[in-house]
Design a protein around this ligand. Sequence first.
Ligand SMILES: Nc1ncnc2c1ncn2[C@@H]1O[C@H](COP(=O)(O)OP(=O)(O)O)[C@@H](O)[C@H]1O
Ligand SMILES: [Mg+2]
Length: 332
Amino acid sequence: MEYSIKVSNLVKKYGSFIAVDGISFEVKKGEIFGFLGPNGAGKTTTVHTLTTIIEKTSGDAFVAGYDVSKYKEQVRDRIGIVFQDPSLDDRLTGYENLDFHAMVYGLAKGEREERISELLDMVELKDKANLLISKYSGGMRRRLEIARGLLNRPEVLFLDEPTIGLDVQTRRHILDYVKSLKEKYNMTVLITTHYIEEADYICDRVAIIDKGKIVVCDTPKNLKKGLEGDVIIAKLHNKDNAMKLANKINKEHIAKSTKISNNILYTYVKDASSILPKFMNIASKEGISIENIEMRNPSLEDVFIHYTGKSIRDEEGSGNESMREIVMRRMR
Ligand SMILES: Nc1ncnc2c1ncn2[C@@H]1O[C@H](COP(=O)(O)OP(=O)(O)O)[C@@H](O)[C@H]1O
Ligand SMILES: [Mg+2]
């Protein structure tokens, strides 16, 4: 089996803080591999160690067959990267941004022209080539950054939250490009995201990462199947009620597990239709009224909640972003 990325026991510490806590995974050639996790999970730190931007603390990491600590140049020649934070020069046109980058790779003029033209075509920005980046929309910038990441025809492409902040339609558009790269060039892609439906849509395999650790890793289909059953999702008036009901459910042993996100109770069961009447019974006995109830085969979101004990959205939004996170972002 040919692996494009092979990581074992990777650790990255910042002082005494452990940002990446001993992760291991392998990505096969031509695979789209997703890192799904909330803000601060360690996704960007992992990408930065694999792309030789920062040095790992310990563990082993190979990209395109090369040790990322020992053979930085060889790794850099074989990868493309799209950073989480915008990194185009606003004062240059789209074409100039790509041309400047291609020069850094040491491509001759003719070759640069040819590749840039091909890539601009691919991301549908040919007619915007001579427009200043300051006039580009968010989606256009992202597409140009992807084109830039492909200038050296990389074996492995790293995309760090490539669709963050874009509208749903543009996001889908970008994901479809990424899929086409896999289909056309058998490119290996490592993509990070905190959009669950995105991971579900695009990834061959997904690693759920939380607090620097990979909690579980498999195909989206197997992850859902792995829960072996259904999930009952009950919306209560408040979190206290959700906790109270969860306690009772657990005491009655009718569920495999229960998880709470705000005022929503997720009850993982073998077979929802046979458990639901008992569930309703317990709620009514306790005098807990249910605002809304739904049962379904597990979605990837239910999988995420099952393994991390929280909804990915619980930690989203600037309101919940820790001071530490904000300071770090400004420093970078
Ligand atoms: N240069 C740094 N110094 C100290 N802490 C850092 C640094 N970069 C990231 N961190 C911390 O490491 C953790 C993981 O960050 P990051 O990899 O950016 O997460 P993600 O990309 O999943 O949101 C966060 O708690 C973040 O604050
Ligand atoms: Mg990040």
